[in-house]
Design a protein around this ligand. Structure first.
Ligand SMILES: [Zn+2]
Length: 312
């Protein structure tokens, strides 16, 4: 029994080792933290038309209880799994260092050179997959089954909702050599952190603590009030695409790298200390990018599934 117990322990540790190895598959950290993604999706939800909600609910798994926000971090949870390793580059875009410009043809590749494997390519791809939703609704079961084999529209919805959030985090469209700020170590007040993490998580956390009673929901409500009070025309402007497309990720990415250069990278060299001055001047950018992400996600889903979507 003792020997078996020992072997059992060895097997257990081997299993732990395998899990750790799988978990540490070389990738890069970074996505809005869970709060950033929840905020984007919570901001989008009240802006969905009834027909859009119906479609979204029909695609969500039952355990989501009709909450899109509850599954908006799913693509981060699964990107470490073998089956989904290919999705890791879909969360960001690397652009040439210090150029502060984005170009789809030049920048949208994964590290193996596959074109379209970046955040903007993914938004286009999952949007286009979701245009099959109405076909699925209106076709006989055999065609429906064929479409379901080709595309998993539930996954497409979750990826789209997540990546529209990511592309609005300015450092998700960052420089190549520092992996969107992941390799730039700074001091965030008294703690060490990498610059990417400051933008994914720390600024939101600090704002929640200081202004919103530690509550993300309170923060989201304040951002929403801002959009609806003085931003009706602004929200309308954000939601439109220049050529009437369903989604226009190239626009979002171009804004992202520009904000990364103007705000995220500025005065944030390796070893620098980022404190009140940085926090107070960057928080409005973070809040407006969360707002834009939410407004645009809702607009994309309304164009896909809303009352005017059947003409697609
Ligand atoms: Zn992500």
């Amino acid at each position: 029994m003792a020997a078996w117990g020992g072997l059992g322990r060895v097997v257990l540790w081997l299993l732990v080792g395998v899990v750790l190895c799988v978990g540490s598959f070389p990738g890069r950290a970074g996505a809005w933290g869970a709060d950033g993604h929840h905020a984007t999706c919570l901001l989008a939800e009240p802006l969905l038309e009834p027909a859009t909600w119906k479609a979204v609910r029909s695609l969500l798994p039952e355990y989501a209880n009709g909450s899109l926000a509850s599954l908006c971090t799913w693509p981060d949870d699964i990107k470490w799994m073998w089956k989904y390793h290919w999705t890791a580059p879909l969360h960001y875009i690397d652009t040439p260092d210090f150029l502060c410009r984005y170009n789809y043809d030049r920048d949208c590749y994964d590290e193996n050179g596959h074109k379209g494997y970046c955040a903007s390519g993914a938004i286009n791809n999952f949007t286009s997959q979701l245009t099959n939703y109405h076909l699925r609704e209106s076709n006989p079961p055999l065609v429906t089954r064929a479409l379901e084999t080709e595309y998993n529209l539930t996954e497409a919805l979750l990826f789209l909702s997540h990546i529209v959030g990511d592309i609005h985090q300015p450092l998700h469209v960052g420089f190549t050599s520092d992996a969107g700020g992941n390799t730039i170590m700074v001091h965030w007040y008294r703690r060490k952190a990498n610059l990417h993490h400051v933008w994914d998580t720390e600024i939101i956390d600090k704002a929640k603590d200081l202004y919103y009673n530690k509550s993300l929901l309170t923060m989201v409500n304040a951002i929403m009030e801002n959009i609806t009070n003085d931003g009706v025309s602004k929200a309308q402007m954000w939601s439109e695409c220049p050529n009437g497309e369903i989604a226009c990720p190239d626009t979002y990415a171009t804004e992202g790298i520009s904000l990364a250069c103007q705000y995220a990278y500025r005065n944030a060299t390796p070893g620098s200390t980022l404190a009140d001055e940085y926090f107070l001047s960057r928080l409005p950018i973070v809040e407006s990018r969360l707002a834009q992400g939410g407004v645009r996600l809702a607009a994309i889903l309304n164009r896909l599934f809303g009352a005017n979507s059947t003409s697609l």
